[in-house]
Each structure stands twice: as structure tokens, then as C-alpha cells.
Design a protein around this ligand. Structure first.
Ligand SMILES: *Cc1c(COP(=O)(O)O)cnc(C)c1O
Length: 487
């Protein structure tokens, strides 16, 4: 709306010509795409816009008319029509944003490539120079200095305090990766943070969790593409295996922590919240598994809770279906606090991998090209996986056979989404690979030195994800504003 509104001010209030107003508007506006999920690419009914903001509507029509007039001779009618702002009675707000901006950017390298090659490909052909990437960042002031004082102080004891204003100096920690004293202190800081979170969970939810367990954390909005369901299916598998084989002795205890809110009308997401809570009740109250697994779904997840949970995390769950998570930022916050990332190669996880290396994270699942192959060939059939994988079948059947008390309609709806409606987010496709990645955690965690080294390397590379750098790149390359380059 900035684009037609700025045009209105320049035309109607400042009395400028269309061409002069358009030149200023284009230089002023830039468009950041934050997701390619269809529900976020807004399409507004033409009638609604013309009723509510008639002058803005006129200006949008004129922008669209001039766009078609100038593009058609160059690219032909079909191509031009695909990029039109107004199509079949709806206004494509993203098209308006691209046409009226001097810059179009995505928020992680993979996401920007997807914009160029898939989602906005026609616009990329027409305006290649407008496209650029700005990988998201996080503020190390909130997500380390403020929320994890113990770790901040430990870092400063070893590399001084320059990192507080130049966060990429965290890189200096790499020099200490064989320093067993530092590695042990790192472990002690993590343990203290886990004790602190355990006390909070006991006090607010009455759930007793063991600070010596692996704290496995998935905190993010509840959405099918983020696949909290994959996490729950693994927890169910682990639980059923423990019950069937009595193999507790071999297992490092696990605490699975979820934090999530669902949009008010997103009923499927609420069914998954109900499922996680029902699984938590089942597992937390089963004395036969000797407290080897606990499941905590924190209430009222938000930044304040994130500040308590992130410093206590051992595992960072970043398990979205590839291509769906534009960037992610909890992945960055968690690595900054020494968690090991368990991830698909999606969003900024790709850039985390580029920095820390495969050996310092836990990767699993399909990659983008494999997913595109399934889309193009229409060859994914989730039922075949169900039919051929007995462990997975047992765990999916648990959703509908009474294994989980207190879920009925929710279990059936989730079961049907995966089998009858062919599992839109490929949860079953990635299940086996996810279970395998999860199974590596025990061995890695038992090797305390190796684990602490992985943790240290993640912290050392996380400073590069400070939003200070991201914002500096926006200032230099998109906004053209001066700033203090002293970073
Ligand atoms: C960082 C943050 C998010 C974003 O998390 P993603 O896993 O990157 O989607 C969401 N909610 C809160 C409260 C956060 O702090």
C-alpha cells in the first residue's frame, strides 16, 4: 500500500507528473519477501479495494495499465499477463510491491534462489538487477548478553569483550577447541541453565525434569510445514520402543520441549497442540519407563519464555519441509547458545552448515531437488511408506487405536491428513531419516568432549548471524543510508 499511497501524495497533494512521482516512488520503495507460503502472499478482492480506498484503487489500476503497456511489446501477452497486478478480480499485492520497488530480496540464500528460479521467476527474467539476498539475523544483545549471562561471562574470560560490539569476533573461540578447561566450563554453564529452566518448569507446570537429560527443543509457531508432527512421531516411536524392549539402560534420558502458538483459525495446528499435550500426559505419567523421556509443552510461548529456554537447549530442532522455511531465526538463536542443530537443508540452516560444517550438526531428509522431482512427477504416495515401515505404522496407528488417551477426533484427522490426503508436508517421507539422525544423538552426547567442541564451534560461528551485519547490508545495498561502519 506504500506504493500507491506515495503516488497519491506526490500526484494529488504535491501536483507532480506521473513520471516524476513514479521515479521517486520506485527509488523510495523496496520489497522484502518473507515467505512463499500461499497464505502470506496476499491477494485482495478488487471490489473490496475499490469500495474502501477508491483513489488508491484508481492508482493501482493505472500502475497495472502502464505495466502491461510497457511489458507486452517486450515479452508478449502471456508472459506479461502472468506478472499483472490485477488478475481475475483479485489484486496481487506482491506483484504491486515488485513492480513499484527498486529492490526485491529474500531472507536467506536458498530462499532468494527459490524466488529467482521458482516463485518469482517471471519477475526475475524481467528485472534481474532488482533481486538480491539479505540473510536474516538476530540480535546478540538480547539472545546472548541479556539472556545468557553465564555464557557471556565465560566467553569474555577467554576472548575479551570486543565481541560485544563486533559479534563476529566470537570466531576467536575456535582457538580454544582443544582447551579442556573451557570445554568443561561450557558444560557447567549449560547445566546451570538447564537447572534454572527445570526449576521454572517444575514451578509453573508441575513437571519434574532431569537437568542431566538431553534437552531437545522445538520452539516456533505451530505450522504443518514446520513439522512438529515429525518430532511427535519420533517421540512416540522412542516411547513405544522403550515399552517393548525394556532398553532403558542404554538410553541417555531425553526431555522434549515444545513452545508454539497457532493462529486462531488454524484448527489443524490446534489438533497437533492437543496431540503433543496428550502424548506428554501419556509419557510423563508412565512410571514403567523410569523417567527416561519427558515431554513439556510450555504454555504461552513468546520471547520471554524463549529467553529462558534457548540458553538451556542441547538440541535445536529445525525440521521444516525443505523450501518452506524462508530463513528461520530460532536456528541462529539456539546455535549462539551452544545447541546442536538437527535440521533439514532449508532456509538459513544451509548457511549454518556452510559455516560449522556437516560434522558439527545433524542433517537429515530430502533436499530441494528431490522434493521438486516429487512435485513434477506426482510420484509421492505416503500410504506406501506406511505399508512398508512397521515401526512407523505402529506409531501412526497409535493415533487412532486408543494408545493415546484423551485424543479421538484429533488423532483421526491427523492420521487422515497423513494417509488419506497424502501428507502434504512429506512427514512420512523424511521419518526414517529423521529417526536415524535422532539415534546418533546418544553416542555423540556421551562423548562429552566431542559434544562440547561441537557446541563451542556453533557459538564461534553464530556471531556472523548478528542482525547488526544484516541491517548494515540493508543500509548499504538497499536503503543507501550512511552509517557508522565500525563493526
Ligand atoms: C525467534 C522467534 C521466533 C521465530 O522462530 P523460527 O523457529 O525461526 O520460526 C518465533 N517466536 C519467538 C517468540 C521467537 O523468539
Amino acid at each position: 500500500m506504500c506504493i500507491p499511497e506515495l503516488m497519491r501524495i506526490l500526484l494529488d497533494e504535491e501536483g507532480m507528473s506521473w513520471d516524476a512521482a513514479w521515479a521517486i516512488t520506485m527509488k523510495t520503495c523496496s520489497y522484502t519477501n518473507h515467505t512463499i507460503m500461499a497464505e502470506a502472499l496476499e491477494k485482495w478482492p478488487e471490489q473490496m479495494v475499490s469500495d474502501l480506498v477508491p483513489r488508491i484503487y484508481q492508482i493501482i489500476c493505472e500502475i497495472n495499465r502502464r505495466h502491461l503497456e510497457s511489458m507486452t511489446p517486450l515479452y508478449g501477452a502471456n508472459f506479461t499477463q502472468r506478472t499483472a497486478i490485477i488478475q481475475d478480480g483479485v489484486i496481487h499485492m506482491a506483484h504491486l510491491a515488485i513492480i513499484g520497488s527498486h529492490s526485491v530480496n529474500g531472507v536467506a540464500k536458498l530462499h532468494t534462489e527459490i524466488l529467482k528460479e521458482k516463485a518469482l521467476h517471471d519477475f526475475y527474467l524481467a528485472y534481474p538487477a532488482r533481486f538480491n539476498n539479505k540473510t536474516n539475523g538476530i540480535t546478540h544483545r538480547r539472545w546472548l548478553l541479556l539472556s545468557n549471562e553465564g555464557l557471556s561471562n565465560l566467553i569474555s574470560d577467554y576472548i575479551g569483550t570486543e565481541w560485544k560490539t563486533k559479534p563476529n569476533e566470537l570466531y576467536l573461540l575456535k582457538a580454544f577447541k582443544e582447551d579442556t578447561v573451557l570445554l568443561e566450563k561450557l558444560e557447567q554453564v549449560k547445566l546451570a541453565n538447564k537447572q534454572h529452566l527445570a526449576a521454572y518448569v517444575e514451578e509453573t507446570m508441575g513437571i519434574d525434569i532431569n537437568p542431566n537429560a538431553v534437552f531437545d527443543v522445538q520452539i516456533k509457531r505451530l505450522h504443518a510445514y514446520k513439522r512438529q508432527l515429525l518430532n511427535v512421531l519420533h517421540i512416540l516411536s522412542l516411547y513405544l520402543k522403550l515399552k517393548e524392549t525394556n532398553s532403558e539402560e542404554e538410553m541417555v534420558p531425553r526431555v522434549f520441549i515444545f513452545g508454539a502458538k497457532a493462529a486462531p483459525s488454524y484448527s489443524y495446528a490446534k489438533e497437533i497442540i492437543k496431540l503433543i499435550n496428550a502424548v506428554a500426559d501419556l509419557i510423563n505419567n508412565d512410571t514403567s519407563i523410569a523417567n527416561k523421556i519427558k515431554v513439556v509443552f510450555v504454555e504461552n510461548y513468546g520471547v520471554t519464555l524463549a529467553e529462558k529456554i534457548i540458553p538451556a537447549a542441547d538440541i535445536s530442532e529445525q525440521i521444516s519441509l525443505v523450501t518452506k522455511e524462508a530463513s528461520g531465526t530460532s536456528n541462529m538463536k539456539l546455535m549462539l547458545n551452544g545447541a546442536i542443530t538437527l535440521a533439514t537443508l532449508d532456509g538459513a540452516n544451509v548457511e549454518i552448515r556452510d559455516r560449522v560444517g556437516d560434522e558439527n550438526m545433524l542433517l537429515f531428509g530430502m533436499q530441494d531437488q528431490e522434493l521438486y522431482h516429487f512435485y513434477d512427477s506426482n510420484s509421492y504416495h505416503s500410504h506406501e511408506i506406511y505399508d512398508h515401515n512397521p515401526r512407523l505404522k505402529r506409531c501412526l496407528d497409535a493415533l487412532i487405536d486408543g494408545t493415546i488417551p484423551n485424543i479421538e477426533a484429533e488423532g483421526r484427522e491427523i492420521f487422515d491428513s497423513l494417509l488419506k490426503y497424502n501428507d502434504e508436508y512429506f512427514v512420512l517421507k523424511d521419518y526414517e531419516s529423521y529417526v536415524h539422525a535422532q539415534s546418533r544423538i546418544d553416542g555423540l552426547y556421551r562423548d562429552r568432549k566431542r559434544w562440547n567442541q561441537m557446541s563451542l564451534l556453533n557459538i564461534a560461528h553464530a556471531g556472523e548471524f548478528s542482525s547488526d551485519y544484516t541491517i548494515m547490508h540493508y543500509a548499504d545495498e538497499i536503503w543507501n543510508v550512511h552509517h557508522n561502519k565500525n563493526l
